[in-house]
Write a new protein. Structure first.
Length: 317
Protein backbone atom coordinates (compact mmCIF):
# COMPACT_ATOMS: atom_id res chain seq x y z
CA UNK A 1 0.00 0.00 0.00
CA UNK A 2 1.51 3.34 -1.02
CA UNK A 3 0.56 6.99 -1.37
CA UNK A 4 -0.14 6.70 -5.11
CA UNK A 5 -2.69 3.95 -4.47
CA UNK A 6 -4.36 6.01 -1.76
CA UNK A 7 -4.58 9.03 -4.05
CA UNK A 8 -6.03 6.83 -6.79
CA UNK A 9 -8.89 5.39 -4.72
CA UNK A 10 -9.78 8.76 -3.17
CA UNK A 11 -9.83 10.53 -6.54
CA UNK A 12 -11.85 7.78 -8.27
CA UNK A 13 -14.36 7.82 -5.40
CA UNK A 14 -14.72 11.60 -5.64
CA UNK A 15 -15.20 11.81 -9.42
CA UNK A 16 -16.74 8.37 -10.07
CA UNK A 17 -14.58 7.71 -13.10
CA UNK A 18 -11.16 6.18 -13.69
CA UNK A 19 -10.74 8.27 -16.85
CA UNK A 20 -11.46 11.55 -15.06
CA UNK A 21 -9.31 10.51 -12.08
CA UNK A 22 -6.40 9.79 -14.42
CA UNK A 23 -6.70 13.29 -15.89
CA UNK A 24 -6.67 14.88 -12.44
CA UNK A 25 -3.71 12.76 -11.31
CA UNK A 26 -1.83 13.37 -14.59
CA UNK A 27 -1.59 9.63 -15.26
CA UNK A 28 -2.73 7.33 -18.02
CA UNK A 29 -5.94 5.41 -17.32
CA UNK A 30 -4.28 1.94 -17.16
CA UNK A 31 -1.97 3.17 -14.42
CA UNK A 32 -4.89 4.22 -12.21
CA UNK A 33 -6.69 0.93 -12.89
CA UNK A 34 -3.53 -0.99 -12.00
CA UNK A 35 -3.10 0.89 -8.70
CA UNK A 36 -6.67 0.07 -7.67
CA UNK A 37 -6.43 -3.60 -8.69
CA UNK A 38 -3.08 -4.00 -6.89
CA UNK A 39 -4.59 -2.60 -3.70
CA UNK A 40 -7.67 -4.81 -4.06
CA UNK A 41 -5.42 -7.87 -4.44
CA UNK A 42 -3.41 -6.88 -1.39
CA UNK A 43 -6.53 -6.40 0.73
CA UNK A 44 -8.44 -9.34 -0.73
CA UNK A 45 -11.63 -7.29 -1.29
CA UNK A 46 -13.23 -5.32 -4.09
CA UNK A 47 -13.07 -1.57 -3.46
CA UNK A 48 -15.32 -0.40 -6.31
CA UNK A 49 -18.43 -1.50 -8.16
CA UNK A 50 -18.48 -0.82 -11.89
CA UNK A 51 -21.99 0.55 -12.59
CA UNK A 52 -23.70 2.32 -15.43
CA UNK A 53 -23.27 5.56 -13.50
CA UNK A 54 -19.54 5.03 -12.99
CA UNK A 55 -17.29 3.72 -10.25
CA UNK A 56 -18.96 3.45 -6.85
CA UNK A 57 -17.14 2.37 -3.64
CA UNK A 58 -18.24 -0.92 -2.09
CA UNK A 59 -18.76 -1.09 1.67
CA UNK A 60 -15.10 -1.99 2.13
CA UNK A 61 -14.15 0.64 -0.42
CA UNK A 62 -15.98 3.38 1.45
CA UNK A 63 -14.04 2.51 4.61
CA UNK A 64 -10.74 2.56 2.73
CA UNK A 65 -11.54 5.84 0.98
CA UNK A 66 -12.41 7.52 4.28
CA UNK A 67 -9.21 6.31 5.95
CA UNK A 68 -7.09 7.08 2.89
CA UNK A 69 -8.44 10.62 2.72
CA UNK A 70 -7.51 11.20 6.36
CA UNK A 71 -4.04 9.71 5.85
CA UNK A 72 -3.42 11.95 2.85
CA UNK A 73 -4.63 14.99 4.78
CA UNK A 74 -2.24 14.19 7.62
CA UNK A 75 0.66 13.80 5.19
CA UNK A 76 -0.25 17.14 3.59
CA UNK A 77 -0.38 18.79 7.01
CA UNK A 78 2.98 17.31 8.01
CA UNK A 79 4.60 18.52 4.81
CA UNK A 80 3.30 22.05 5.39
CA UNK A 81 4.50 22.05 9.00
CA UNK A 82 8.05 20.81 8.36
CA UNK A 83 8.73 22.98 5.29
CA UNK A 84 7.82 26.52 6.38
CA UNK A 85 9.98 29.55 5.74
CA UNK A 86 12.36 30.35 8.65
CA UNK A 87 10.40 31.73 11.59
CA UNK A 88 7.05 31.22 9.86
CA UNK A 89 4.15 29.31 11.41
CA UNK A 90 2.66 27.15 8.69
CA UNK A 91 0.32 24.23 8.17
CA UNK A 92 -3.29 23.33 7.53
CA UNK A 93 -5.79 24.12 10.30
CA UNK A 94 -9.39 22.92 10.08
CA UNK A 95 -11.80 25.01 12.16
CA UNK A 96 -15.41 24.29 13.07
CA UNK A 97 -17.81 27.22 13.39
CA UNK A 98 -21.36 27.02 14.67
CA UNK A 99 -23.73 27.83 11.83
CA UNK A 100 -25.13 30.77 13.77
CA UNK A 101 -21.65 32.32 14.23
CA UNK A 102 -20.23 31.83 10.74
CA UNK A 103 -21.41 35.14 9.23
CA UNK A 104 -19.90 37.07 12.12
CA UNK A 105 -16.60 35.22 12.57
CA UNK A 106 -15.51 33.51 9.33
CA UNK A 107 -14.41 36.52 7.28
CA UNK A 108 -12.48 38.38 10.02
CA UNK A 109 -10.78 35.14 11.09
CA UNK A 110 -9.62 34.41 7.53
CA UNK A 111 -8.52 38.03 7.05
CA UNK A 112 -6.46 38.09 10.25
CA UNK A 113 -4.75 34.75 9.59
CA UNK A 114 -3.97 35.64 5.97
CA UNK A 115 -2.47 38.94 7.09
CA UNK A 116 -0.43 37.75 10.06
CA UNK A 117 0.30 34.09 9.20
CA UNK A 118 0.18 33.58 5.42
CA UNK A 119 1.78 30.14 5.81
CA UNK A 120 -1.39 28.80 7.46
CA UNK A 121 -4.09 27.36 5.22
CA UNK A 122 -7.49 27.66 6.92
CA UNK A 123 -10.26 25.17 6.24
CA UNK A 124 -13.62 26.23 7.68
CA UNK A 125 -16.52 23.87 8.33
CA UNK A 126 -19.89 25.06 9.60
CA UNK A 127 -22.66 22.99 11.18
CA UNK A 128 -24.71 22.60 14.32
CA UNK A 129 -22.96 21.76 17.58
CA UNK A 130 -23.64 18.01 17.50
CA UNK A 131 -22.17 17.57 14.02
CA UNK A 132 -19.10 19.65 14.88
CA UNK A 133 -18.43 17.62 18.00
CA UNK A 134 -18.66 14.39 16.00
CA UNK A 135 -16.21 15.73 13.41
CA UNK A 136 -13.83 16.75 16.20
CA UNK A 137 -14.08 13.27 17.77
CA UNK A 138 -13.42 11.73 14.33
CA UNK A 139 -10.28 13.82 13.87
CA UNK A 140 -11.69 15.90 11.01
CA UNK A 141 -11.39 19.18 12.98
CA UNK A 142 -8.44 20.67 14.87
CA UNK A 143 -10.60 22.99 16.96
CA UNK A 144 -14.20 24.08 17.00
CA UNK A 145 -16.76 26.28 18.66
CA UNK A 146 -19.47 24.32 20.46
CA UNK A 147 -21.99 25.21 23.11
CA UNK A 148 -22.94 23.93 26.53
CA UNK A 149 -19.99 21.52 26.70
CA UNK A 150 -17.60 20.97 29.60
CA UNK A 151 -14.09 19.56 29.43
CA UNK A 152 -13.96 15.75 29.19
CA UNK A 153 -11.09 13.23 29.38
CA UNK A 154 -10.65 13.58 25.60
CA UNK A 155 -11.53 17.26 25.05
CA UNK A 156 -10.49 20.66 26.40
CA UNK A 157 -13.33 23.17 26.54
CA UNK A 158 -12.54 26.87 27.08
CA UNK A 159 -15.64 28.97 27.91
CA UNK A 160 -15.68 32.15 25.82
CA UNK A 161 -19.12 33.73 26.12
CA UNK A 162 -22.72 33.27 27.18
CA UNK A 163 -25.55 34.39 24.95
CA UNK A 164 -29.26 34.64 25.49
CA UNK A 165 -31.90 32.95 23.36
CA UNK A 166 -34.52 35.13 21.71
CA UNK A 167 -38.11 34.76 20.66
CA UNK A 168 -38.26 35.49 16.92
CA UNK A 169 -41.38 36.55 15.02
CA UNK A 170 -42.39 38.25 11.77
CA UNK A 171 -41.67 41.98 11.75
CA UNK A 172 -45.33 43.02 12.26
CA UNK A 173 -45.30 41.30 15.67
CA UNK A 174 -43.18 44.23 16.87
CA UNK A 175 -40.89 42.33 19.24
CA UNK A 176 -38.18 44.58 20.70
CA UNK A 177 -34.74 44.02 22.17
CA UNK A 178 -35.54 46.19 25.20
CA UNK A 179 -38.75 44.33 26.07
CA UNK A 180 -38.31 40.66 26.96
CA UNK A 181 -40.99 38.08 26.16
CA UNK A 182 -42.07 35.62 28.88
CA UNK A 183 -41.65 32.03 27.71
CA UNK A 184 -45.33 31.30 28.24
CA UNK A 185 -46.24 34.13 25.85
CA UNK A 186 -43.91 32.80 23.17
CA UNK A 187 -45.22 29.28 23.68
CA UNK A 188 -48.76 30.53 23.06
CA UNK A 189 -47.92 30.96 19.38
CA UNK A 190 -47.38 28.23 16.79
CA UNK A 191 -43.67 27.42 16.96
CA UNK A 192 -41.09 26.39 14.36
CA UNK A 193 -38.48 24.48 16.36
CA UNK A 194 -35.14 22.75 15.91
CA UNK A 195 -35.57 18.99 15.60
CA UNK A 196 -35.86 16.91 18.78
CA UNK A 197 -32.46 15.83 20.06
CA UNK A 198 -30.80 18.98 18.73
CA UNK A 199 -28.81 20.72 21.50
CA UNK A 200 -30.69 24.00 21.02
CA UNK A 201 -34.01 22.16 21.19
CA UNK A 202 -32.89 20.57 24.46
CA UNK A 203 -32.34 24.04 25.94
CA UNK A 204 -35.78 25.17 24.76
CA UNK A 205 -37.50 22.03 26.08
CA UNK A 206 -35.83 22.52 29.47
CA UNK A 207 -37.06 26.12 29.57
CA UNK A 208 -40.58 24.98 28.70
CA UNK A 209 -40.47 22.51 31.59
CA UNK A 210 -39.32 25.22 34.01
CA UNK A 211 -42.07 27.53 32.79
CA UNK A 212 -44.59 24.65 32.99
CA UNK A 213 -45.67 25.66 29.51
CA UNK A 214 -46.72 23.37 26.64
CA UNK A 215 -45.44 24.27 23.18
CA UNK A 216 -47.48 24.17 19.99
CA UNK A 217 -44.79 22.93 17.60
CA UNK A 218 -46.02 23.13 14.01
CA UNK A 219 -42.74 22.32 12.24
CA UNK A 220 -39.26 21.06 13.08
CA UNK A 221 -36.05 21.50 11.10
CA UNK A 222 -32.30 21.08 11.53
CA UNK A 223 -31.61 24.28 9.56
CA UNK A 224 -31.52 27.75 11.10
CA UNK A 225 -32.11 29.20 7.63
CA UNK A 226 -35.28 27.13 7.24
CA UNK A 227 -36.47 28.19 10.71
CA UNK A 228 -36.24 31.83 9.70
CA UNK A 229 -37.83 31.26 6.29
CA UNK A 230 -40.83 29.55 7.86
CA UNK A 231 -41.26 32.41 10.33
CA UNK A 232 -41.07 34.92 7.47
CA UNK A 233 -43.76 32.91 5.65
CA UNK A 234 -46.07 33.26 8.65
CA UNK A 235 -45.98 29.71 10.00
CA UNK A 236 -45.26 30.84 13.55
CA UNK A 237 -42.57 32.08 15.91
CA UNK A 238 -39.24 30.44 16.69
CA UNK A 239 -36.40 30.59 19.22
CA UNK A 240 -32.82 31.34 18.16
CA UNK A 241 -29.63 32.81 19.59
CA UNK A 242 -29.30 36.55 19.07
CA UNK A 243 -26.31 36.20 16.76
CA UNK A 244 -28.41 34.15 14.37
CA UNK A 245 -31.00 36.87 13.77
CA UNK A 246 -29.11 40.15 14.31
CA UNK A 247 -28.90 40.99 10.59
CA UNK A 248 -32.53 40.01 9.97
CA UNK A 249 -33.70 42.32 12.76
CA UNK A 250 -31.45 45.13 11.53
CA UNK A 251 -32.99 44.81 8.04
CA UNK A 252 -36.48 44.80 9.52
CA UNK A 253 -37.44 41.41 8.08
CA UNK A 254 -37.86 39.82 11.51
CA UNK A 255 -38.52 41.11 15.02
CA UNK A 256 -37.05 39.56 18.16
CA UNK A 257 -36.91 39.89 21.92
CA UNK A 258 -34.97 38.10 24.66
CA UNK A 259 -36.82 35.27 26.35
CA UNK A 260 -37.59 35.61 30.05
CA UNK A 261 -39.35 33.75 32.86
CA UNK A 262 -37.07 31.87 32.55
CA UNK A 263 -34.12 33.47 30.78
CA UNK A 264 -32.50 30.94 28.44
CA UNK A 265 -28.74 31.07 27.85
CA UNK A 266 -26.22 29.00 25.93
CA UNK A 267 -22.50 28.90 26.66
CA UNK A 268 -20.08 29.21 23.71
CA UNK A 269 -16.86 27.22 24.20
CA UNK A 270 -13.69 26.65 22.18
CA UNK A 271 -12.93 22.93 22.09
CA UNK A 272 -9.68 21.15 21.21
CA UNK A 273 -8.62 17.51 21.57
CA UNK A 274 -6.51 16.60 24.59
CA UNK A 275 -4.60 13.82 22.86
CA UNK A 276 -1.43 14.41 20.86
CA UNK A 277 0.70 17.44 20.18
CA UNK A 278 -0.99 20.74 19.42
CA UNK A 279 0.66 22.09 16.23
CA UNK A 280 1.79 25.75 16.36
CA UNK A 281 -0.65 26.63 13.59
CA UNK A 282 -3.58 25.35 15.66
CA UNK A 283 -2.44 27.42 18.66
CA UNK A 284 -2.22 30.54 16.49
CA UNK A 285 -5.68 30.05 14.99
CA UNK A 286 -7.20 29.27 18.40
CA UNK A 287 -5.83 32.52 19.83
CA UNK A 288 -7.14 34.49 16.87
CA UNK A 289 -10.58 32.88 17.12
CA UNK A 290 -10.72 33.78 20.82
CA UNK A 291 -9.77 37.35 19.88
CA UNK A 292 -12.49 37.55 17.24
CA UNK A 293 -15.15 36.28 19.66
CA UNK A 294 -14.04 38.77 22.34
CA UNK A 295 -13.99 41.64 19.84
CA UNK A 296 -17.46 40.82 18.50
CA UNK A 297 -18.94 40.81 22.00
CA UNK A 298 -17.14 43.97 23.12
CA UNK A 299 -18.17 46.03 20.07
CA UNK A 300 -21.79 44.86 20.41
CA UNK A 301 -21.95 42.81 17.21
CA UNK A 302 -23.03 39.73 19.18
CA UNK A 303 -26.46 40.56 20.63
CA UNK A 304 -26.98 39.86 24.36
CA UNK A 305 -23.66 37.99 24.67
CA UNK A 306 -21.42 38.27 27.71
CA UNK A 307 -17.77 37.29 27.91
CA UNK A 308 -16.63 34.54 30.23
CA UNK A 309 -13.01 34.32 31.38
CA UNK A 310 -11.23 31.01 31.99
CA UNK A 311 -7.80 29.46 31.92
CA UNK A 312 -6.60 28.37 28.49
CA UNK A 313 -6.76 24.62 27.86
CA UNK A 314 -3.65 22.51 27.51
CA UNK A 315 -1.69 23.41 24.40
CA UNK A 316 -3.12 26.95 24.29
CA UNK A 317 -1.27 28.55 27.19
Amino acid sequence: MDVKQLKAIVTVAEVGSVTRAAELLHLVQPAVTRQIRTLEQELGVELFERTGQGMRPTGAGAIMVDRARRALNELERARAEVQPAPGEVAGIVTVGLLESTSDLLAEPLVTAIARDHPGIELRLMTAYSGHLQQWLDDGDLDLTLLYNLSSTPSLNALPLARERLWAVAPAPAGLRADRSVPFTEAAGHPLVMPTSGHALRSLIDAAAARAESAMNVVAQTNSMHVQKRLVLAGHGWTVLPGIGIAEDVARGTLSAAPLSEPDVWRSIVLVTPRAGRTPPGVEVVARELIHQVNSAVIRGSWPSARLRGAEAPAGLE
